[in-house]
Design a protein around this ligand. Structure first.
Ligand code: IPD
Ligand code: CA
Length: 281
């Protein structure tokens, strides 16, 4: 499957999808408030460097535990997959894929670009073919809530204001603001750096915002023309992928592969094709 189009909603009807989207939105906002409101005083770069127990990890775990608990109440038959280890098979065909804090390094440094990402998925997640049918990504600092459901369009809500999103109309890679990110493994970063060095002269500029979930939503909002990254896990990308697609974009992997750990490229179809050509050089 070359591109996720999300027309197959796994037998769910529009009403079900609207419910899933509403739950994703509510829980993303609640968990987002939790990580801000309950952030330990004095949590900062210096504090974490001197201790073995990573305070960020503690907040990650608390956010995931909250989501786990709420989803078990609201959707007892669904499965769950979370970055902090939650993995539960369900019987409904829906699996919730959650990133309790995406952009943890930004969270640590108080750079206002982190988010809670919640997606309702169908298929074999993480190992097989899967896709997202509803999702939400919430940045608790800017108050921006990005959300989408399959076939329903992509939206950005801030307070009482809601706007529908559409991707960039840029057609030239040379004029494209290109988002990317890097993994945590040093050796892998070396290779990722070499790819960026080759790409940088061919695009308008590069952004490394630090949250893959927000990067994908920014593609949906046209704040990035195009985005690529290798090494992402399902929770980093599940909700953001749907926002990018419902805003008119395509999300692809390498060659004809579905997007996955190997590669995710998101944006307008033409830019995605041109960027993939450069990445495969
Ligand atoms: C990371 C962020 C980052 C991306 C990394 C991810 P985390 O997730 O999304 O932007 O470049 O690949 O691992 O660790 O902050 O949840
Ligand atoms: Ca993440």
């Amino acid at each position: 499957m070359a591109t996720h189009t999300h027309h197959d909603t796994g037998g769910s009807n529009a009403g079900d999808l609207a419910d899933l989207e509403r739950i994703a939105c509510e829980l993303a906002v609640q968990a987002g408030r939790l990580i801000v409101d309950e952030r330990p005083r004095g949590l900062g770069v210096a504090a974490t460097k001197s201790s073995d127990t990573d305070v960020v990890t503690v907040m990650d775990q608390r956010s995931e535990a909250f989501l786990h608990e709420r989803l078990a109440e609201l959707r007892p038959h669904d499965g769950l997959l979370g970055e902090e280890g939650a993995e539960q098979r369900g019987t409904s065909g829906i699996t919730w894929v959650v990133d309790p804090i995406d952009g943890t390094v930004n969270y640590l440094y108080e750079i206002p670009a982190y988010a809670v990402s919640i997606a309702a998925c169908i298929g074999e997640v993480p190992g097989g073919a899967w896709s997202t049918v509803a999702g939400a990504v919430y940045n608790p600092i800017t108050g921006e809530l990005f959300h989408a459901r399959s076939g329903g369009g992509a939206f950005l809500r801030r307070g009482d204001h809601e706007e529908s999103l559409s991707i960039s109309t840029e057609r030239e890679l040379a004029r494209s603001l290109t988002g990317t990110g890097f993994g945590y493994d040093a050796e892998w970063r070396g290779e990722q750096g070499a790819v960026v060095a080759r790409l940088l002269p061919k695009v308008r500029d590069i952004r490394r915002i630090g949250s893959a979930a927000l990067d994908l939503c920014f593609v949906g909002a046209g704040r990035l023309d195009v985005y690529y990254e290798s090494g992402l896990n399902p929770w980093d990308q599940a909700a953001g992928q749907l926002v990018a697609i419902e805003a008119g974009g395509v999300v692809q992997g390498r060659g004809d592969d579905a997007p996955g750990k190997d590669l995710v490229v998101a944006g307008p179809a033409g830019l995605v094709a041109d960027l993939k050509d450069v990445l495969q050089m």
